[in-house]
Design a protein around this ligand. Structure first.
Ligand SMILES: [Zn+2]
Length: 281
């Protein structure tokens, strides 16, 4: 790591909590986790750990999950998704949920056989849990998956939804062969403008960064010219009067990091080409 990158990292780290989302995936993760927290508010901590225990019994010892964010995790199926590098936005295309795959597969398919078996297993494990808890847990799952079409109010469909979408066995099936998921297609989800919300929250709560209240100007992204200028001339960045935006904006942090990388590679190439060879005798 070069000195400027290191200085930048040290400067930004303590203030990470303020940072604006820098990618579409950041926006999606923030939104889905927040929605799930709202749905989880129906339960006490004790009830939540009791429900997580049931779901871990269902998944089995080798596939336990530490929390609900990981249990109800559509991102698990998105390793190669462009959202990891796309700019923040309001629409994201997600892989199909298992329940959507289920609706399309034939009556004699292996997928359906596994799914039906999982529903029966979860129904037994959930036996001592009241309807209200099972439906409430399903609403947490729906919120976490941002499944905008799902509406579940009864115990039987709640158990089906939970079993099919959180099954470790169907996960193994997907790992071995994801053709059914690919065939089912993507689901398009609308997101609120979480970056705009963050900006307005920062201004409203009069957050202070580096001992000064954040202003509207601190929330404006750098131009391409400024980013390049700062990457090539760290001193100009420090004297720019715009350092607070860098602390707040993951997007600009990423943009400048790319240019710093470019500068470093150019320097290395220059060194190799210029000094790497001994002059010929
Ligand atoms: Zn920015």
């Amino acid at each position: 790591m070069d000195v400027f990158t290191q200085q930048l990292a040290e400067y930004i780290e303590p203030l990470e909590a303020f940072a604006l989302h820098g990618t579409l995936m950041d926006c999606f993760e923030y939104h889905r986790r927040r929605e799930m927290r709202k749905a989880a508010a129906a339960f006490s901590d004790r009830e939540l750990s009791w429900l997580l225990h049931m779901m871990n019994e269902f998944r089995g010892a080798a596939d336990r999950k530490e929390d609900f964010d990981l249990l109800f995790d559509p991102v698990m199926y998105m390793e190669d998704h462009s959202a990891w590098t796309d700019l923040p936005g309001l629409i994201i295309d997600l892989p199909s949920l298992n329940t959507q795959v289920f609706d399309r597969v034939g009556a004699n398919s292996v997928f359906r056989a596994i799914a039906e078996n999982e529903v029966l297993r979860l129904a037994v494990l959930a036996d001592t849990y009241p309807d209200k808890a099972i439906v409430g847990l399903t609403n947490m799952a729906i919120a976490a998956y941002v499944d905008q079409d799902a509406l579940i109010t009864d115990r039987i469909s709640a158990i089906r939804y939970l079993a099919i979408n959180t099954s470790a066995r169907l996960e193994d099936y997907w790992v071995a062969d994801d053709a059914l998921w690919m065939k089912t297609g993507i689901r398009r989800v609308n997101l609120p403008d979480v970056v705009a919300e963050q900006k307005s929250d920062i201004l409203q709560c009069r957050a202070t960064v580096l001992n000064d209240a954040v202003t509207q100007e601190d929330l404006v992204c750098f131009s391409e010219r400024e980013i390049k200028d700062f990457a090539f001339n760290p001193d100009r960045f420090l004297r720019s009067g715009k350092t607070r935006h860098m602390v707040l904006c993951r997007l600009c942090q990423g943009r400048i990091a790319q240019w710093i990388d470019f500068v470093r590679h150019t320097e290395e190439r220059f060194m190799l080409e210029g000094k790497g060879r001994l002059p010929e005798a």
